[in-house]
Design a protein around this ligand. Structure first.
Ligand SMILES: Nc1ncnc2c1ncn2[C@@H]1O[C@H](COP(=O)(O)OP(=O)(O)O)[C@@H](O)[C@H]1O
Ligand SMILES: [Mg+2]
Length: 588
């Protein structure tokens, strides 16, 4: 069965799922409005009796009880119908946000590098809300208005008010649809601009909050304020334009209502003194007309909101239609990596939209269970290589193989679930240390969490925190130092106990003594498992079975630590610099 979450068009798929609830809600609103349309008739009859002075006191009580009943009945039914529609609207919001978040998780890094977080957040917040408002309001008001107008027209027609009087009085109101058709598209255009400007502002605000520490450090607050000010000015201009045109639109509608009332008073008043119609007829006619002015205005407003949210709906649908550029191939197979080696053949790679080669002619073999070390300057392509292994970017066909299988033919799930990747600046969530470590499997035993923490040399720190492993991190908790953060994400990598472990400069912020201990642990726990260690410091990878020296995307040297030391090259010179540093630090 196809889940509505997957079907292509957002609104239709939502309505398909909940249509029956809408039908019930609409029924409530309908009955409420039919009831309400009796109101002028009751009042008209009452006026006629009053005028003929043949009304008893008990009849007055009866009339007022009838009106009370109409009022209460209308209130309860309408309130309930409206509540249902509003609730459904909120549900739509939830449904859509969940669907958007699910979609976000499928999009690639490449997509995120092109679309700012602010822009995407604005889809989730502003656009979804705007669509929700328009369906809630749209259904509420449209049902309300249409039913009320129809029942009022029916009630007027079966009364003894002459038909031509009804027609002439209503005539000015019939211009309303035309006004709406004229203004609608213009309003929509302006509104699109406002939405876009708002997205820019959210984006800019995001960036400012994110960069606030840097801003403070470099005392560029003035420049940042100005930049933000310009964004806000643009929004204000766009919004003013929108307000101007929609105010004109909103003003025209009541004006037409007033015009119709004037016609009624003139013609109806004349017919009443000529006794062509009763005073009761006149009273109920004016009440009827007053009653449909609002609904007609509402129809205008609904079209207005719909126009506005159509832009939002379009944006959401377009976003949902974005196909993830990295996804499983048609014939993708899951792969067991537990005894798989890695083979890279003639790999040359440039990032999309970049004409510079980030990697060139890379050939690497990591037999199962072996350790590969990668060393090289910043920007030499080390992380790029890892991203290709994880298919964060797709390598060219046939260049990267795991277990003899082109990774482009392997399911993403099996690839990513069996590789543990510890980046240099692993992201920690604002939750407990335990949950951060047990990130891949929240159900992990506490003992497993502790073991991983010990292996990553963070255990001793954690037990000194107030709540130990239950200590919260982030905005409402403690802040870890750079080294502690790295070791926490290392523990996260260890606990996964994956067939392949990749440490990407994961010990760069850790002191030399702790680093040595961590590397000893890595050697111990990864004894027969494939491991890739990327590091700046030779001490972190000198034990590797093979070490590769990367420079500007090329492999310039390769071999074991001893072999590389014997060569006259980058590796040996790096080694002597680092050794000197160590000797200096130790005061030798
Ligand atoms: N998303 C990206 N888009 C374009 N170029 C990138 C991207 N990420 C990295 N690069 C470039 O690729 C090269 C290698 O970067 P990287 O693999 O991160 O180096 P390292 O990890 O060795 O420091 C650098 O020149 C860098 O500017
Ligand atoms: Mg890197």
């Amino acid at each position: 069965m196809k889940s509505p979450l997957n079907s292509p068009h957002l609104l239709t798929s939502y309505l398909k799922r909940y249509w029956y609830l809408y039908v019930v809600a609409i029924m409530f609103i309908t009955i409420a409005n039919i009831t309400q349309s009796y109101f002028p008739k009751v009042l008209g009859d009452f006026t006629d009796h009053l005028q003929q002075r043949n009304i008893t006191e008990s009849a007055i009580v009866r009339y007022s009880l009838l009106l009370l009943f109409i009022g209460v009945f209308y209130g309860v039914l309408f309130g309930f119908g409206q509540y249902m529609v509003m609730r459904l609207g909120r549900q739509f919001e939830f449904f859509t946000r969940r669907r958007l978040f699910r979609h976000f998780t499928t999009l690639s890094e490449n997509y995120y590098s092109k679309h700012g977080v602010g822009e995407l957040l604005s889809y989730v917040m502003n656009d979804v809300t705007s669509v929700r408002e328009s369906i809630s309001q749209g259904i509420n008001h449209t049902t309300n208005a249409v039913i009320l107008i129809i029942s009022v027209i029916v009630m007027m027609s079966i009364s003894s008010i002459p038909f031509y009087l009804i027609l002439i009085s209503i005539a000015p109101l019939l211009a309303i649809p035309w006004v709406v058709v004229f203004f609608g598209p213009r309003i929509r255009n302006r509104s699109k601009k406002v939405q876009e400007a708002l997205a820019k502002m959210t984006e800019s605000a995001e960036e400012q909050f994110g960069g606030i520490r840097v801003t403070k450090k470099f005392a560029v607050e003035e420049i940042m304020r100005n930049r933000f000010g310009q964004t806000v000015d643009r929004i204000r201009d766009n919004q003013l334009q929108l307000v101007r045109i929609s105010s004109l639109f909103q003003a025209l509608l009541p004006f037409l209502g007033a015009l119709s009332l004037i016609v009624t008073i003139v013609l109806g008043g004349y017919l009443t003194i000529r006794q062509h119609i009763t005073l009761g007829n006149f009273v109920s006619l004016t009440l009827y007309l007053r009653m449909i002015v609002n609904p007609l205005q509402q129809i205008g407003n609904v079209i207005n909101t719909m126009q506005r949210s159509r832009a939002s709906l379009e944006r959401i649908n377009n976003l949902l239609a974005v196909k993830p550029d990295i996804r499983d191939a048609e014939q993708a197979k899951p792969l067991d990596l537990s005894s798989a080696g890695i083979r890279i053949r003639n790999l040359t790679f440039s990032y999309p939209d970049s004409n510079k080669e980030a990697l060139r002619d890379i050939n690497i073999d990591v037999p199962p269970g072996k350790t590969l070390g990668i060393i090289g300057k910043t920007g030499s392509g080390k992380t790029t290589l890892v991203k290709l292994l994880l298919r964060i970017y797709d390598p060219p066909e046939g260049t990267v193989l795991i277990g003899g299988q082109d990774i482009r033919e392997v399911t993403l799930e099996s690839l990513r679930s069996q590789i543990a990747y510890v980046p240099q600046d692993g992201f920690l969530f604002s939750t407990t240390i335990r949950d951060n470590i047990a990130f891949y499997n929240r159900a992990s035993e506490m003992s497993a969490v502790e073991t991983a923490a010990k292996q990553a040399q963070i255990y001793d720190n954690v037990i000194e925190f107030p709540d130990q492993f239950e200590t919260k991190l982030g905005e409402r908790g403690i802040t870890l130092s750079g080294g502690q953060r790295q070791r926490t994400s290392l523990a996260r990598g260890f606990i996964k106990n994956a067939p392949i472990l990749i440490l990407d400069d994961s010990v760069s912020a850790v002191d030399a003594v702790t680093e040595t201990k961590i590397i000893e642990n890595v050697r111990l726990v990864r004894k027969d498992k494939t491991t890739i260690i990327i590091a700046h410091r030779i001490s972190a990878l000198k034990h590797a079975d093979e070490i590769i020296v990367l420079d500007e995307g090329r492999i310039v040297q390769r071999g074991t630590h001893q072999q590389l030391l014997a060569e006259d090259g980058l590796y040996a010179s790096l080694y002597s610099i680092q050794e000197e540093g160590t000797r200096y630090a130790e005061g030798k």
